[in-house]
Design a protein around this ligand. Structure first.
Ligand code: HEM
Length: 469
């Protein structure tokens, strides 16, 4: 009897613990975890992550967890989950991205946490709506300079054309004129290395660098370019020819709070953030406009009514002109709605309740702007390119449509969003004013390979352009 009692107590204790854990698990969302330890459903998920998310939503409902590569990712797809994602103090942006920042730009966790909020406030201020008027003039000039080099006519891959225009324009605007290479060979190298870095950014954020030799080579090349140029950027005290001097302000903060060795890494992050989404959005906007003849015609009528008959003149575009060309802004926003980033993420730092489920701390809470924008409850006829749906948005007050989440949300929403919209609108206006354009290929499909950022086109799409008289 004396021997049995402790045994019974242990068994009962284990049973109670088991039931408790079961109960706890019962209150967790359904989990898709596969059978391979640690890898979970990583292989299946990695093949086409965007499609995986939507299939899981249809099968498991509005909230579910995906276990892959040692990570628990809990996806929320409807109001209650979205509200928690955007507003709860139990989820955290910095904790969610610090690992990605370390792997992709070699910024240690302590440095990132010490600097993040200060840098964010500076970026938000410099690129906020109040300061936007400063860029219109320089943006027009920079775009004209790049358009000159396209010549009088030609045929090009549209993606290359957009890169050719916007790599130098963005770098000259936000960093410093001296950063972007000027000789042909170096420009080609910049294109190759930035593209390689951008293409495998997501793998770089998860795998050791030693497994990604080409990516690592391009990362080093870009870091060296920044390192070489930072002394020039610091020396440039006048803001006249460089209204933003974003990198200069970044370097100032980094060197004051951390150390100067960290400056190229921050430059690299900023370079990636400023180009990686703007390029595909400009690509998709031109592609959508040119493949919708009614929209293209209406845009050209608008352009002619503001600037006179389209031609090769070097027109100046002001913010006031943009207000008169609302259809172009709607087209950019409608494009971003349809080609929004696959996911944005937060780390659960304290257990949080959503739809009667408890999400444990340590989970990554995930929201997919791409799929949210395809929910007919929020965007009727979601697959259609309908710029006129933006008529309802209060753009004058800088508000987007409800549930439009392409720039993220909450405290750390994209600080570059107004600059991005301005740059893309200007690019479209000047390109269409100067050139008669047509697509030689159908609108390509979007790649479903990556989740971070705006999806890239799959396959080629050529554009033919002829200078107007
Ligand atoms: C259409 C173009 C763009 C899109 C779709 C976009 C989208 C996003 C998204 C989804 C986030 C994450 C926000 C969150 O998790 O809540 C983000 C963050 C960020 N974006 Fe953008 N972005 C664009 C253009 C730009 C540009 C031109 C810049 C210029 C520098 C920029 C700078 C940043 C930075 C620095 C962050 C990180 C903010 C932080 O650390 O708190 N973005 N962007």
């Amino acid at each position: 009897m004396e021997l049995i009692s402790p045994m019974v107590i242990i068994i009962l204790g284990c049973l109670a613990l088991f039931l408790l854990l079961q109960r706890k698990n019962l209150r967790r969302p359904p989990c898709i975890k596969g059978w391979i330890p640690w890898i979970g459903v990583g292989l299946e998920f990695g093949k086409a992550p965007l499609e995986f998310i939507e299939k899981a939503r249809i099968k498991y409902g509005p909230i579910f967890t995906v276990f892959a590569m040692g990570n628990r990712m809990t996806f929320v797809t409807e109001e209650e989950g979205i509200n928690v994602f955007l507003k709860s103090k139990k989820v955290d942006f910095e904790q969610a991205v610090q690992n990605l920042v370390y792997r992709t730009a070699s910024i240690p966790k302590n440095v990132f946490l010490a600097l993040h909020e200060k840098l964010y406030i500076m970026l938000k201020g410099k690129m906020g709506t109040v300061n936007l008027h400063q860029f219109a003039g320089q943006l027009t000039e920079e775009l004209h300079e790049q358009l000159e080099s396209l010549g009088t006519h030609g045929t090009m891959d549209l993606n290359n054309l957009v890169r050719h225009l916007l790599y130098p324009v963005t770098v000259n605007m936000l960093f410093n004129k001296s950063l972007f290479p000027t000789n042909k060979k170096k420009i080609k190298e910049f294109h190759q290395h930035f593209q390689a870095y951008d293409e495998d950014f997501e793998y770089g954020s998860q795998l050791p660098e030693s497994l990604l030799r080409n990516w690592s080579k391009s990362k080093k090349w870009l870091l060296e370019l920044l390192e070489k140029n930072i002394p020039n950027i610091k020396a440039c005290t006048s803001a006249k020819d460089n209204s933003m001097a974003l990198l200069q302000a970044t370097v100032d903060i980094v060197e004051t709070v951390a150390s100067k060795e960290n400056s190229p890494s921050y430059g690299l992050l900023l370079l990636w953030a400023s180009l990686s989404n703007v390029i595909p959005v400009a690509f998709w906007t031109l592609a959508y406009v040119l493949s919708h003849p009614d929209v293209y015609r209406a845009i050209m009528e608008g352009i002619s009514s503001v600037f006179g008959t389209a031609g090769k003149r070097k027109i100046k575009v002001s913010e006031d002109d943009l207000e008169k060309l609302l259809l172009i802004k709607w087209c950019v926003l409608e494009t971003i709605r349809l080609r929004a980033p696959g996911v944005i993420t937060r780390k659960v730092v304290e257990p949080v309740e959503i739809l009667n489920y408890i999400i444990p701390s340590g989970d990554l809470l995930m929201l997919s702007p791409f799929w949210l924008h395809r929910n007919p409850k929020y965007f009727p006829e979601p697959e259609l390119f309908k710029p006129e749906r933006w008529k309802k948005a209060n753009l004058e007050k800088h508000c987007f449509l409800d549930c439009f989440m392409a720039f993220g949300g909450g405290k750390f929403r994209c600080p570059g969003r107004w600059f991005a919209l301005l740059e893309i609108q200007m690019c479209i206006i000047l390109m269409l004013y100067k050139y008669d354009c047509s697509l030689l290929d159908p609108l390509p499909k979007q790649s479903s390979l990556h989740l971070v950022g705006v999806p890239q086109p799959e396959g080629q799409c050529r554009i033919e352009y002829k200078q107007r008289i």
